[in-house]
Design a protein. Structure first.
Length: 469
């Protein structure tokens, strides 16, 4: 069996002619980058490559860069949402000539992942940089037609990538079979290609799964193993396929095909192992494998060394499956792991926090992330102060917070705050009505003066007055 490197990495095109299909994209992009290489700045300083996943967008940029002697700075757009981050990275790179190479391509993946509402000024910062850059910037996206990307589209050379044709994919798979010296029959390759729906990454992964399991690729094997792309496996089937795997590749396939992300799959496995395995030695071996999988996974994540993933799959799948040597397997059902249950609860907490930040950002002039990191924690202190629920109540009314948000902020003190709100409403019914109901979009003001005059919060930044106390 050849190395453990995923074949999609091993056979990543090095030269442009190794990128199959995409003739039009190759031509347009080569011409555009050619201008940069000659030291001219073309009219459009950025290109937006779009099309389905796994068809060669990133690969082509890398291959062209090699051909033209350009460096590539790869950034993942979804990691760089904030204006400050973007300026510090893309902004700086956009203004500098590389020292050793002929040029520098700034490659930003997944630009469609930027959410203009949530990402504070990220998109605008990018637009500003594109207008001034002295290095070519290349964006990639699966869906470039989102409304928010319109200003970016206007500035970019649009380059379409198409689903790969069956002919192109067949040629690609055959080349891999040849260099791996693996017997592949034509019908089997055609079957893989059909199931891949034009996605080379998917096709190569399927080919590797079969080839590594059997050392040959025949139609029968492929029919048994390759499932359609649309059929990811749910968690129960994944667990069954691991625990009852008869061969190592079956367990590995169960892991790679799961719809669950690897962390949650580890959680599920860790909860299920003691339910399924009865012999202490089996248990020990299974946990040992799982612990090593966790370690490799976090190592892979921190170093970006994703060839480690293959070990992770081996440890989670075959590692756990074949830990059972001596003992039997129990028929006990898989339970919903406590940690997953907790994560679901946490998710709803996150949602409330998100909604609250949204609500507050309408009246406090600060970004949502500032609100989340700086304002909400202070509000929590105020809302949890048992001796003065009135202050929290006024804030709640002023900012029109709903019960869910109040509960989130006040925790065990929520009932106190809600009672205080009722009290305020009873005390000055007309005033409360005007404030709360008739001015839905008004800047929040504290709804009522309470007895002795207390200082009102100002309309913007009213909070900090409370906070500083
Ligand atoms: N046109 C192609 N020719 C040869 N190999 C390809 C081609 N397209 C994809 N591949 C293979 O699939 C892998 C993934 O391709 P690539 O990263 O270029 O896809 P992409 O279009 O950028 O996908 P995404 O939209 O998910 O970023 C490559 O490493 C390569 O092995
Ligand atoms: Mg890509």
């Amino acid at each position: 069996m050849s190395g453990r490197l995923p074949w999609v990495v091993k056979y990543r095109p090095r030269r442009v002619d190794e990128v199959v299909g995409q003739d039009e994209a190759k031509r347009v992009l080569r011409e555009w980058l050619g201008q940069w290489a000659k030291g001219r700045i073309p009219e459009k300083r950025a290109a937006l490559l779009y099309g389905p996943p796994g068809v060669g967008k990133t690969s082509l940029v890398e291959a062209l860069a090699r051909e033209l002697d350009f460096d590539v700075l790869e950034l993942n757009a979804s990691d760089y949402r904030r204006k400050a981050d973007i300026e510090r990275t893309v902004g700086v790179a956009a203004g500098k000539k590389p020292l050793f190479k002929r040029g520098l391509i700034i490659l930003m993946d997944e630009v469609d992942g930027i959410d203009p509402k949530a990402d504070e000024g990220g998109l605008e910062a990018l637009l500003g940089i594109v207008k001034k850059t002295i290095n070519p910037i290349v964006f990639t996206a699966n869906d470039p037609w989102k409304e928010q990307l319109r200003p970016l589209r206007d500035l970019c050379l649009m380059v379409e990538f198409k689903e790969l044709s069956e002919g192109a994919l067949m040629a690609l798979l055959k080349r891999i079979c040849d260099s791996e010296r693996i017997y592949c029959d034509e019908g089997a390759l055609r079957y893989i290609v059909e199931k891949s729906m034009g996605d080379a990454r998917a096709a190569i992964n399927d080919l590797q799964a079969v080839a590594e399991g059997y050392g040959k690729v025949t139609l029968d094997l492929v029919r048994a193993i390759v499932k359609g792309r649309d059929k990811t496996l749910n968690i129960w089937r994944t667990l069954n396929n691991i625990f009852y795997a008869r061969q190592a590749w079956m367990a590995k396939k169960a892991v790679t095909q799961s719809e669950e992300d690897y962390e949650s799959l580890i959680t599920w496995l860790s909860d299920s192992i003691p339910k399924k395995y009865e012999d202490p030695l089996d248990l020990y071996r299974a946990y040992e494998a799982l612990a090593r999988a966790t370690l490799q996974l976090s190592r892979g994540k921190t170093t970006g060394e994703w060839s480690l993933l293959s070990y992770v799959f081996d440890l989670m799948g075959p590692g756990v499956a074949f830990a059972r040597i001596s003992g039997g397997i129990s028929r006990e059902k898989y339970g919903f792991p406590e940690k997953v249950r907790l994560a679901v609860q946490l998710k709803s907490v996150r949602e409330v926090r998100e909604k609250l930040a949204e609500q507050l950002s309408r009246s406090i002039l600060a970004s949502k992330s500032t609100i989340k990191n700086e304002v909400i924690p202070y509000m929590m202190v105020i809302f949890r102060n048992e001796s003065n629920p009135l202050m929290a109540a006024r804030l709640a009314l002023g900012y029109r917070l709903d019960k869910e948000m109040i509960k989130f902020l006040a925790g065990p003190n929520a009932d106190n705050v809600i009672k205080a709100i009722e009290k305020i409403k009873r005390a000055k019914p007309e005033e409360v009505k005007v404030e709360v109901e008739r001015q839905p979009k008004a800047q929040p003001k504290p709804p009522a003066k309470e007895g002795r005059e207390e200082r009102r919060p100002r309309t913007t930044g009213g909070l900090d007055r409370f906070i500083k106390k």
